[in-house]
Design a protein around this ligand. Sequence first.
Ligand SMILES: [Mg+2]
Length: 441
Amino acid sequence: MTYQADPKRVKGLIFGHAVGDALGVPVEFVGRGELKSNPVTGMRGHGTYDMPAGAWSDDTSMTLCLLEALTRDRRGDYRGLMERFLRWKNEGAYTPTGVTFDMGGATRRAISRFEYGTDPLLCGGDRETDNGNGALMRIAPLVPYLFVRFGSHLPAGAMEFVHDIAALTHRHPRSLIACGIYVCIAVQLLRGRSPRKSVWLGYRHAREYYQSANESFRKEWKIYDRLRDNDAFAALPEREIRSSGYVVDTLEAALWCLLTTTDYESCVKRAVNLGEDTDTVAAIAGSLAGLTYGFDAIPEDWLKVLLKREELMQAVEAFLGTLVDVSEEEVLLMGMGKEDLVRGILSDPHSWGFIEEWQGRYGVTNYSDYWGKSSLSADDLTERLREDRVSRYDEFQCQVLFTTLLREDHWNNGAWEKRWEKGEPQRVLRRMLAIWGEYVK
Ligand SMILES: [Mg+2]
């Protein structure tokens, strides 16, 4: 029952992204007016970062980190992905020249938090000022990953996965929604639909999800209102399109370029020549155009100079190899929203499928660091499970506590059974449901 992703579109997605990035790097931060008199028409060297022609930047480096993590790691191993980001930040890994450059502030802060022991899912900044495009620019590999499992209509569990990946560096709901909209539209393109129809359907699927989600999502959703009517949006004059590093501007600019052109080359040229955050806008527009028109539509002249082309192709091929043979059970469980998952465990404590899915999503939580000690005794745990304490925990604390409970039973020592009889795990699960209920109110 899984879906097939066209390899040419998947290669188009990743190479379209890298080529757009590389076209934009030499003119990052250059204004639109200046580019009008000297527009980018192909790969240039030097400029803003004095890099050779064909050098791609943070956008593609971090995309490559995700691509490799999705290929090699267990789903939910956010620690593994953060460790790749760390090697990129500190060691120049995943870069075309061995030098890390063009790192956004929110991204740098998030990776540093991880470096100093923060749990991956809490590393991203969640203030309104943390809404740069740093999560959106690295999310592309999720598109084929989710498409082969769910087709073009993503269930709650898939949306939550997008949010978790985004939250590693950018945790504000506005950034999470931008990534959600991008993925919802892109899976339509991967299915072979036109840009116009994809934006229309993808936006509506996203709206359906966010408007029934929690209050903060519903409130933030309005910010993306210009995308509601894709024809009116596409008809906006260029002066109405901002191409800054603010996530809303970047998403709009990339979609506008996609909707107003009919081939890969003109789409990314338009994106770069909007100016300002040229590499990221062109990378995102390029990923969407690459999905739409396929790898063969990317000019060979540009691919020829793209640095580390072979390595990128190997990474994409390896990733493509993992997109087959996905089990139906995995798809079913992964598609479940966390609320349904918790209800599933509550209704049957022996439902190991639900419990394993929980562990897959949150099991890498560094609970020992969180509790401030390397291990938690049974008495310590019992103390933390007291009703009056549980009722004050937030969602993350509940996640940590529940994961700790499951770990206690690691050797099938019967601990889980005993605690279930005492009603302790249920207390944590019910607290989570209450928190999500509170969000909705
Ligand atoms: Mg960049």
